[in-house]
Design a binder for this molecule. Structure first.
Ligand code: 6GU
Length: 250
């Protein structure tokens, strides 16, 4: 998969060299290109923003550098398996990033990211880009970040780890929060009895029982309890709540 990121802070994307995503790049699974938006300005001050027409607080990103940057990205990636990238614009006004969306994006041969800053990007850039490539505005959640860069790190990690060969143990991709609509069960490792100063903390005995059926049942119960306690919005509302009534968690 090819990834292009356009930003005024290329250094913000340095973590893409680290950990599993960095290894995926070195292994040739991810081909990442970071572009400095200021390269595509044409004035001495390399201006990327201006005040909002109609008045109001803050600054708005100018359209021309964005149009040039996107044209450059399309040309630079022309040898890709697709004629144009799917453009992702991170922003609090977008569709929520979910595991389902991450799976959809993982099918794309080429993603480009436009990192906005300030009060946002001139709306005409969305029209201009939308006439040339698929565009999706994606939000991390209902809060405000200063710009799209941190969101790109999150989206690339969520998508990249779904590509074959990025996460060594493919099974760990399946048994995970949000893959089937429930949060994950709690996990433990040795020592089974941990003396934490005066306090002795033991793992749930069922995990030492060797009874795989009992362990699976306990884990499922834990997933339901956790989901009910932390994310009741994820639980089905009527038909399947019978199992929850037994658990006394609502
Ligand atoms: Cl994707 N961008 C910005 N700037 N703020 C956000 C966000 C994205 N998601 C939540 N807040």
């Amino acid at each position: 998969m090819r990834l292009d990121v356009v930003t005024i802070f290329p250094d913000y994307l340095a973590p893409l060299d680290l950990s599993l995503i960095g290894k995926a790049r070195r292994d040739g699974i991810l081909d990442v290109h970071v572009h400095d938006l200021r390269t595509f300005t044409d004035d001495r001050h390399r201006t990327v923003d201006d005040s909002p027409l109609g008045g109001g607080a803050g600054m708005v990103m100018k359209p021309e550098p964005w149009a040039r940057a996107l044209e450059h990205v399309v040309d630079a990636g022309a040898s890709q398996g697709a004629p144009v990238p799917h453009l992702i614009v991170p922003g609090p006004g977008g569709v929520p990033l979910t595991q389902a969306l991450a799976h959809e994006l993982a099918q794309e041969p080429w993603l480009a990211f436009a990192c906005g800053r300030y009060e946002g990007i001139d709306e005409r850039v969305y029209e201009h880009a939308g006439e040339r490539m698929p565009v999706t505005i994606v939000s991390l959640g209902d809060y405000v970040l200063n710009g799209g860069e941190v969101a790109v790190l999150a989206i690339v990690e969520a998508v990249g780890r779904l590509l074959p060969g990025v996460v060594g143990n493919a099974e760990s991709l399946v048994e995970e929060s949000h893959e089937d609509g429930l949060l994950e069960y709690p996990v433990y490792t040795r020592p089974a009895v941990w003396a934490d100063g005066d306090v002795v903390r033991e793992v749930p005995p069922v995990l030492l029982s060797g009874n795989h059926g009992a362990i699976a049942a306990w884990r499922h119960e834990q997933r339901l309890e956790r989901t009910a306690a932390r994310r009741p919005d994820l639980l089905p509302t009527s038909a399947t709540t019978g199992a929850l009534a037994d658990l006394d968690v609502r």
